[in-house]
Every structure is written in C-alpha cells, then in structure tokens.
Design a protein around this ligand. Sequence first.
Ligand SMILES: Nc1ncnc2c1ncn2[C@@H]1O[C@H](COP(=O)(O)OP(=O)(O)OP(=O)(O)O)[C@@H](O)[C@H]1O
Length: 243
Amino acid sequence: MASRTAGDLNGAEPVLTAHAVRRAFGPTVVLAGVDLTIARGEVVALLGGSGSGKSTLLRILAGLDGEAGGTSVVHGTAAVVFQEHRLLPWKRVTENVGLGLSGADGPGRIRRALAEVGLAERDRAWPAELSGGQAQRVAVARALVREPDLLLLDEPFGALDALTRLRMQILLRRLRAEHGFAALLVTHDVEEALLLADRILLLDEGRIAAEMPVDLGPTRTPDDRAFGALRRHLLDRLGVPTT
Ligand SMILES: Nc1ncnc2c1ncn2[C@@H]1O[C@H](COP(=O)(O)OP(=O)(O)OP(=O)(O)O)[C@@H](O)[C@H]1O
C-alpha cells in the first residue's frame, strides 16, 4: 500500500475534495470520517465489502444526501451513473439524454453523445425497446452530454452479463481517454477496478482503510503478470482466499 493518504495528490489539481464525511442511520455509523481527494482526470475505484458504505458515500459526494456530516466539494460539473439506468420510460432516448439540457447546441451535443456510445441510430427508441446494455449506454450518454469534470459511477455495469460488461468497460476506458474526465467508480469487482482505475481505495469500517496506486499502463489486460499480482494482493486484502 502507498504511504500517502487518500487526501494527498502530490500537488495535482483536485476535482473532488471531501473531508471527514460521516453518515449514520439511527445508531449505526456507516461512514465514520472519510477523507477523499480525486485529481482532475484521475479514475479512482472504490472497493469494499457488501454494506461497507460505498453507495452511501457516492450519494453523499453526488449531493444526494442532505443528512451527512463533513464537507464535500466538486470543483466543476459532476454526473452520476447508477447500476439501474434510471431512464424515464415515457421519454424517447434522445429526450432522456437531453433532460435538463438547455441551449441551442443541445441537439448537436445529444447526437454526439449517442454516437460516442454507439447508439446514434436508436435516438427515437423508447427505453423499453432497448437491451440492458443499450439502456446503460444511454445512461452513460446522458452523463457525457453534460461534459462532466467528474463521473460518479455506482456499480454501473453490475447488472449486465459478463460480455456486455466487458464491452462497457472498454467503452468507458476509451471515453475517458478521449474526454479526460475524472471518475469515482464504485464496484465489487476487483478486475474491473484494476482494468479501469489509476488508484484503488478500500472502504472498511466506515473509513478508507487502504489505498493502492495501479501502475499498469493504459493497455492493461488481466493476462499481464503485474495485473495478476495486484489482483491477488487486493483479494487478500479483502479477505478472499485465492488458492
Ligand atoms: N436509507 C437507509 N436507511 C437505513 N440504512 C441504510 C440506508 N442506506 C444504507 N443503509 C445501510 O448502510 C450500510 C451501507 O450501505 P451501502 O448501500 O452504502 O453499502 P455498499 O457498500 O454500497 O453495499 P453493496 O456493495 O452491497 O451495494 C448498510 O448497512 C445499509 O443497510
């Protein structure tokens, strides 16, 4: 594990700074004081056991939880993608992507965002006519169209089959290379974290319990030896036996 803390970026400009984030539900303390900084353009994966508070933290950082303690600031625009696509069933794809978007360049931006996720031809479709993977790509387009500085991703591919999931991971990697957005990716999946992240954080007992840089380069694959070593290390840290 790296010696620096999750709040120290070695001088890089932050896109998100959160300090002493706390959240309890009744007597149960879920987040006991989380410090977190994400640099502009950095992808950070947040791993942790079921119920460790990952989604709770993401909702707080997205400004969706008014009850939390501490401070959290996004320096720019953030957009959220959840595990469920959350498209409005009574609006067509193009209207869903453009929801809340104003300005004369709106239609052009919507077209570009849909093209980037490979769905330019489905702009007139209704959500019910899409596959799970297509609907999730629309959700990604709806986030992209806002030209976010920070994407907050809560298990965005968790409900998809393995092949679609892999396609979405590759898509996200390409979009990130093209747009340079930062992201916080909540995931259960150690391989997904290693494929996509520059840095991995482990949430445990309401705090960032460990932090690990992922120095694998942009074209990493699970077949790389270094990838395998990091994978074993992380699973070990999460208490999952690998033999
Ligand atoms: N609105 C709520 N009211 C009461 N308890 C809640 C609420 N939201 C979350 N919790 C509790 O907070 C804890 C953390 O939940 P959270 O969904 O953040 O975990 P998680 O790490 O995202 O889990 P998973 O990986 O299983 O999705 C759980 O014990 C959950 O029951």
